[in-house]
Write a protein that binds this ligand. Structure first.
Ligand code: CP
Length: 311
């Protein structure tokens, strides 16, 4: 990391705006904060007096809960708004919602929305720091950061690793953030899936599109499978889930094509038996629950860093 390095990010909207030094700094900060979650009293005063709003217009288990746990472990005051219980159901616009939340003076707003770009729009209407918790098919930066942390923790480094990402790349904000993050850190990303799930332009992002599952998984250090994003497809892009599982599902035999110590990853929620077979998801190579544990640490780091940023 360059000497005199400083973290200058008021908002965390995507991986593209973060440098490799920024990512290293976030992961180092997360590693130092991680032990707080192992204490008997899981609380430090870092965010005392700060108001953190979880503004989720789409369902979430891991991201919402881990941002809330992260804020509470640092003594922040957290408040949750979900679409189904907000005045969005009465027709209030996103801009009016933003202005009204701003009127209550939050310090950080964490936003998930089905519209790609919604968190960027939010930054125009609030003074609070904004963290993107997943916007449409675009990005999910905190997920990529926790994935990078998990791989670095297990492998000791990120550069020159072979990372295979399998499945619905086109609709996956996790895939887009991870391709950006892993390539930025010097890893090589190989993707494979049904052609209807592979968008054009992936090579410009630094990923290699493979014509076979074997080519993608062979000798990989990391095999990451993705859920099919049914909710983001206007028309069905698959003949059936059974055929998908037969052609693209990661079985133990297919996982064995990767290196013997390869990590099996999934951002969750898993469709067991479709993109990932249960014995592989629960195998000793699986780090899926480590990803979840590291999600709290990464989100603690992000909450701390955006409020201490000089910008
Ligand atoms: N990985 C992830 O974003 O999970 P949730 O949808 O449960 O937050």
């Amino acid at each position: 990391m360059a000497t005199g390095y400083q973290f200058f990010h008021r908002h965390i909207l995507d991986i593209g705006h973060l440098s490799a030094d920024d990512i290293d700094h976030i992961l180092n900060t997360a590693e130092s904060l991680k032990e707080i979650s192992d204490r008997s009293i899981k609380k430090v005063p870092t965010l005392r007096g700060k108001t953190i709003v979880n503004l989720f217009f789409e369902p979430s288990t891991r991201t919402r809960l881990s941002f809330e746990i992260a804020a509470k472990r640092m003594s922040g005051d957290t408040f949750n708004i979900s679409a189904s219980t907000s005045s969005a159901t009465k027709g209030e616009t996103l801009i009016d919602t933003a202005r009204n939340i701003q009127a209550m003076r939050p310090d950080i707003i964490i936003m998930r929305h089905s519209f790609s770009g919604a968190p960027y729009m939010l930054t125009k209407y609030v003074d609070a720091a904004v963290i993107n918790a997943g916007d449409g098919t675009h990005e999910h930066p905190s997920q990529a950061l926790l994935d990078l942390m998990t791989v670095r923790e297990h492998k000791g480094l990120l550069a020159n690793l072979k990372v295979a990402i399998i499945g619905d790349i086109a609709h996956s904000r996790v895939a887009h953030s991870n391709i950006s993050g892993f390539t930025k850190m010097g890893a090589q990303v190989f993707v494979h899936g049904p052609s209807t799930f592979i968008p054009v332009g992936l090579s410009q992002l630094g990923a290699t599109v493979c014509s076979s599952l074997r080519e993608a998984v062979q000798d990989a250090d990391v095999v990451m499978t993705l859920r099919i994003q049914k909710e983001r497809q206007n028309d069905p892009l698959l003949p059936s889930f059974r055929e998908y599982a037969e052609q693209y599902g990661i079985t133990s035999e297919r996982a064995s094509w990767a290196k013997p110590d390869a990590l099996i990853m999934h951002p969750g929620p898993i469709n067991r038996g479709i993109e990932l077979m249960p014995d592989v998801a629960d195998s000793s190579q699986s780090v899926i629950l480590d990803q979840v544990t590291n999600g709290v640490a990464v989100r603690m780091a992000l909450l701390y860093l955006v409020l201490s940023s000089e910008v």
